[in-house]
Write a protein that binds this ligand. Structure first.
Ligand SMILES: Nc1ncnc2c1ncn2[C@@H]1O[C@H](COP(=O)(O)OP(=O)(O)OP(=O)(O)O)[C@@H](O)[C@H]1O
Ligand SMILES: [Mg+2]
Length: 356
């Protein structure tokens, strides 16, 4: 007998862990459970887990709070240890796609596959008899993945799927906005990194990451205004929620960092357009923002004027209902940006059936 086993989605970010449970069907979906807890500063640096015990402790606390011990969990992974590559393989009988992918993957990643975890997804074909099939390879360094596995197991969970966070964000986007024919940039700005993914006609084309994010503002405020980390973080967040209270020095730091991040996004877009995938894609029509730092005062308008494309905040609850008792709709603007990746990862679990 096949039955949907209850799965939870975990996004371990460098500033906090987000856990969600998405239930329902693709057309009638809701977030049934939600938790977000901050990590001690410095426990994850540039996507690398430095203090595994501290991260495990926070996850354990969340799991106890949700009563989710023993459940299967899917995790989203990102950072420099995770790579995405698109390849084309000849369209022969399905059974041989796997063989072709295996032989092309090592060459594509320029790494020994024994050092990597790797998976692939078929990106759709023009028609059944098309001569070639596009395949997205997802590879991650074994040591990076093993760290995540040990944290999830250490918190008393079983491992379900793993997904590159750029794919989770693309799934969140499609679940809420449908399939757009135009080229769309999905820009996630977290605490420590910026990720720009490109989707067109429901296909994920490319993604790139840069090591900048919300921490950049906080660090500059600490240095220039001689503030402690918590105070600097509060000043930054207060600026976006109550712009009238901002001082000229804080305004200067935020403006300068906004410009820097917007220029990085412009560079990612230029790089994409110079790649083979970008050459074939249409012009960029929209940019959607996710990630906590995307809420920084005026960052959306600075990005829009830098890349000259309309910029919107992606709402992960545009079509997904919220039934979690501890999440109020008024929190969407405040927390929605941070939880987008976990929501997208949770969508994937709807189809995940296990034999019982
Ligand atoms: N209203 C706000 N204004 C400005 N910055 C904000 C706001 N809310 C959250 N942030 C910032 O967003 C960041 C956290 O976002 P998020 O949870 O998406 O990052 P993360 O997943 O922990 O990090 P990463 O994905 O880079 O590892 C922090 O730097 C936080 O200060
Ligand atoms: Mg994140």
């Amino acid at each position: 007998m096949f039955k949907t086993k209850k799965l939870i989605a975990i996004d371990i970010g460098s500033s906090s862990i987000k856990v969600v449970e998405i239930v329902g069907h693709p057309n009638n979906t809701s977030m049934k459970n939600f938790a977000l807890d901050l990590l001690p500063e410095g426990s994850i640096v540039n996507g690398i887990i430095v203090d595994g015990a501290a991260v495990t402790q926070v996850l354990k606390r969340i799991i106890a709070q949700l009563g989710a011990k023993g459940r299967r969990a899917s995790i989203s992974v990102s950072g420099s240890g995770v790579m995405l590559k698109k390849i084309s393989v000849s369209n022969v009988a399905n059974a041989t796609i796997n063989d072709q992918v295996q032989s092309q993957a090592a060459e594509s990643f320029q790494l020994d596959l024994a050092e990597m975890y790797f998976d692939y997804v078929e990106m759709g074909r023009e028609h059944e008899q098309a001569e070639s099939v596009d395949v997205l390879l997802v590879g991650a360094r074994r040591e990076v993945i093993e760290q995540y596995i040990s944290i999830v197991k250490g918190a008393g969970l079983e491992i379900g799927a793993m997904e590159a966070s750029a794919i989770s964000v693309a799934n969140m986007f499609e679940a809420n906005y449908g399939t757009m024919n135009d080229l769309v940039a999905l820009v996630s700005i977290g605490a420590s990194h910026l990720q720009v993914g490109f989707v067109e006609r429901g296909r994920f084309l490319f993604s790139q990451e840069m090591p900048v994010g919300g921490d950049q503002y906080t660090n500059l405020i600490m240095q220039s205004m001689n503030a402690k980390r918590d105070a600097a973080e509060q000043m930054k967040i207060l600026a976006s929620t109550n712009p009238a209270a901002i001082t000229p020095e804080l305004q200067r730091i935020i403006d300068e960092t906004n410009t820097l991040i917007a220029n990085d996004i412009r560079q990612c877009i230029a790089f994409f357009h110079s790649s083979p995938e970008g050459n074939e894609a249409g012009p960029l029509k929209y940019c959607f923002l996710t990630g906590g730092a995307s809420r920084t005062l005026h960052l959306d308008s600075v990005i829009a004027s830098t890349i000259r494309v309309p910029v919107h905040f992606a709402n992960p609850f545009q079509r997904i209902q919220i039934t979690a008792k501890n999440f109020q709709t008024e929190q969407i603007a405040e927390i929605g940006a941070m939880v987008s990746c976990a929501v997208g990862l949770g969508m994937r679990l709807l189809d995940d059936k296990v034999a019982v």
